[in-house]
Design a protein around this ligand. Sequence first.
Ligand code: GDP
Ligand code: MG
Ligand code: K
Length: 276
Amino acid sequence: NTELKVALAGNPNSGKTTMFNELTGSRQHVGNWPGVTVEKKTGRAFYQDYSLEVIDLPGTYSLGAYSEDEVVARDFLTAGDYDVVLNIINSANLDRNLYFTIQLLEMGVDLIAVLNMADEAEKKGIKIDKKKLGQMLGTPVVETVASRGRGIKRLLEKTIENRNLSEASLKIDYGTEVEELIAEVIELLKENDFSQQLNQRWAAVKLIEHDPEAVKLLEREIGASKAKKIKSLIAERELKAEDDFDNIIINKKYEFINKIIEESVTRPEVDQEPEN
Ligand code: GDP
Ligand code: MG
Ligand code: K
């Protein structure tokens, strides 16, 4: 198949729209996502024998359910109707951007980590070990400067090369307490045929975090009374836990990001920065 569906996802101001324009030129269409006023941009790129439908997703910092933008991006990504996601990352602000990246990876999204704004990172003296970063995330990594069209050809090559990425997803270790609960929630979800098409672990983590959309989905799929059993189990465990589960989970995510940064990024020494 030479038809590919490629979505651009990432934080606001990471350069998604600039990249979208680079990839699609004037072959663009602007509309709205169904049911909401969020703008939907689609376009087409051609490379070698391939025709790529490119979709510019709304920029968000998170994939929770707290804004229309987040819900649009999340619904698109969970529906899975795409071949590859290009996660556009501001290289000069890697740690913040990686928070979004690891959320995608935990959902099981097949992505290419696009280190955009490589010029800005260079200016700041930030060096990113692409190989190490790729190993730790388990994804291909490409460096780009979208505003100058740098790295676009390589990005298209990588996109086509990785059009059939693996089904694997990132597993962050949330510690014994949460991990045991995740396993139990997954068993209950399986019993109830919940979200066959979803990544079960991701759904379990979202429920343990009390994500309102995940809870609604659960109630819709298995009914309020069965959902109550899962919610009660989570609430009961949380009472005995060291901290609120959403805090534990977010802290573990940041721990993981810090480890990635430690091992793959070098920044200039503070005392070497020019004084002005
Ligand atoms: P979006 O919010 O993710 O769609 O980001 P935009 O594409 O609107 O880009 C935000 C700003 O960053 C714009 O002023 C772009 O010109 C600029 N920009 C995009 N890519 C790059 C890049 O690689 N390097 C630099 N220096 N600026 C960029
Ligand atoms: Mg944009
Ligand atoms: K996957």
